[in-house]
Design a protein around this ligand. Structure first.
Ligand code: FES
Length: 281
């Protein structure tokens, strides 16, 4: 059993939890994920790791309540436990193994959309710990949905905020912000790491392809076993079939078939919808 030792509401329907999971905390890296299962019959929910504390043996997760399972997950309080907390799964961010020297030569821009800010955070934090300056764009529909801004400001050199409705920061989406940085402010980037809704990552990749900037995205599709056996998380990357749980979750964004991935996500929503209907019956 994996105990919840901290719970915070970051924004409407977005929760942060610290989970006591010493084995995961000891061996995880930025970019990897865990699969949470609330009880024996519970759905398996993949969540990218937001932070970890090896000394305390805790792992931080952030999730948004989107369907029946995540809503149930949010009902758990400090002191309650989840039955399974499997991980770390997937590959670590490729930045982990790059030398400080190599990284220092690059100008890196992180792009975080909505709840995707959570998996971006440990990567930016790692860069700070290694003495590497990076910029970060955080985007959301409105001010209330901007999360972890203060935490990000402590670890990134520059943080730029954009909201669709203009209630905070620049009015526009993350792409408007990237265009402004590159075309108006003369910023130059060699690498973009974009994590957020699939549709956001798709459009960031269209823009960065035009701008000629290599882009890494983190795919978080439907997952069942998380070990490459079930095929649920398959996606197409550069005409090759990949499994997000073992080959990813990070991929070259210019090669990912986002449209196919979105179609699969739609299917998942229908299934969650069905689960909700069943509960009402
Ligand atoms: Fe089953 Fe990836 S979750 S193959």
């Amino acid at each position: 059993m994996y105990k919840i030792v901290k719970k915070e509401t970051l924004a409407p329907n977005i929760y942060l939890m610290d989970i006591e999971a010493p084995r995961v905390a000891k061996s995880c890296y930025p970019g990897q994920f865990v699969i949470v299962k609330m009880d024996e019959k519970g759905e398996r929910i993949p969540l990218t790791i937001c932070d970890y504390n090896r000394d305390l043996g805790t792992v931080t997760i952030v999730f948004q309540t989107l369907g029946t399972s995540t809503k149930r997950m949010a009902e758990y309080e400090v002191g309650d436990s989840y039955r399974d907390f499997s991980g770390p799964l997937g590959c670590k961010s490729e930045l982990v193994d790059e030398s400080d020297e190599e990284l220092r030569k690059k100008h890196i821009l992180f792009v975080a959309g909505g709840v995707g800010t959570a998996p971006v955070y440990p990567q930016v934090k790692m860069m700070k710990e290694r003495g590497i300056d990076v910029d970060c764009v955080i985007g959301a529909r409105n001010k209330d949905l901007i999360i972890l801004e203060d935490e990000m400001k402590k670890v990134a050199k520059n943080v730029y905020v954009a909201t669709d409705d203009g209630s905070y920061g620049m009015k526009g989406n993350v792409n408007d912000c990237i265009k402004d940085l590159v075309q108006n402010q003369g910023k130059q980037y060699d690498l973009v790491i974009a994590i957020g809704p699939v549709i956001m990552m798709k459009f960031v990749c269209i823009l960065t392809k035009e701008l000629g900037i290599k882009t890494i995205v983190s795919m978080n599709p439907i997952m069942v076993d998380g070990t490459g056996m079930c095929g649920a998380c398959r996606l197409t990357v550069g005409n090759e079939v990949k499994f997000a749980c073992v080959d990813g979750p990070e991929f070259d964004g210019h090669l990912v078939d986002f449209d196919e991935s979105m179609k699969r996500q739609q299917m998942y929503k229908t299934e969650e919808g069905r689960a909700a209907l069943k509960e009402k019956e």
